[in-house]
Write a new protein. Structure first.
Length: 217
């Protein structure tokens, strides 16, 4: 967590004004033969629909053992990088082959800055997560930013291989300021589930949000 004296607001906002874009890397999830459906500078659409049930633009298809699996865009933007030299070739899992460049909204800028200021609690395993029943009940009654947690509190239920396991909080005491996961949606290991803010740092967080809202068009 950075202190108020360390955070240079002008430098942070200046960096976003200079490059007001986010970059989303799309990688192969498994080995297979690649077939692209987009080209460099093509515009793409992200997931849409009330329930996020409409897939985004189809980016590429991986074929392995006659099984085709397509990967769709998760963001609106343009293709700024593509390994078109991989067309028709067999590639390994985890290979970055496309980058999507998309204009950042004010909300996204705030979220990105907060991720560098808040204390993250990472996912211990690739799994689906739910708040514990007690935490969920308190969130529904009081709101997430009214929930204080401390080391040893049962925070999540981790659902993995049809087995539910409690996950206990480990870290500095604080409040649940930001939630980065969707209940029942798989989260990769090491990805932040929530952002924790120690109570004494809440004025700093509010100052960041107010500054961005006031200065970002």
């Amino acid at each position: 967590m950075q202190t108020d004296e360390v955070v240079d607001y002008d430098q942070i906002l200046g960096a976003y004004r200079k490059d007001p874009y986010g970059y989303v890397d799309m990688c192969t999830k498994h080995t297979g033969q690649v077939r692209f459906h987009v080209r460099l500078d093509d515009k793409v659409e992200g997931t849409s629909g009330k329930w996020h049930h409409i897939p985004g633009t189809k980016l590429f298809t991986l074929t392995r053992e006659r099984n085709n699996k397509s990967l769709h865009s998760t963001s609106n933007g343009v293709i700024s990088f593509i390994r078109d030299d991989f067309e028709g070739r067999f590639v390994e899992a985890g290979e970055k082959i496309i980058t999507i460049k998309h204009p950042l909204k004010k909300r996204e800028i705030i979220e990105q800055i907060l991720r560098n200021v808040l204390l993250p609690f990472p996912s211990p395993e690739r799994a689906k997560y739910f708040f514990s029943m007690d935490i969920q009940a308190r969130i529904e009654k009081f709101g997430q930013r009214s929930i204080s947690i401390k080391p040893g509190d049962e925070l999540f239920t981790m659902s993995l291989m049809k087995r539910d396991t409690p996950v206990y909080y480990q870290g500095d005491p604080g409040i649940i300021h930001s939630v980065y996961f969707q209940p029942g949606v798989s989260v990769d290991q090491g990805e932040p589930l929530i952002g924790i803010c120690p109570p004494e740092k809440l004025p700093l967080i509010e100052k960041i949000i107010t500054r961005v809202k006031a200065e970002w068009e």
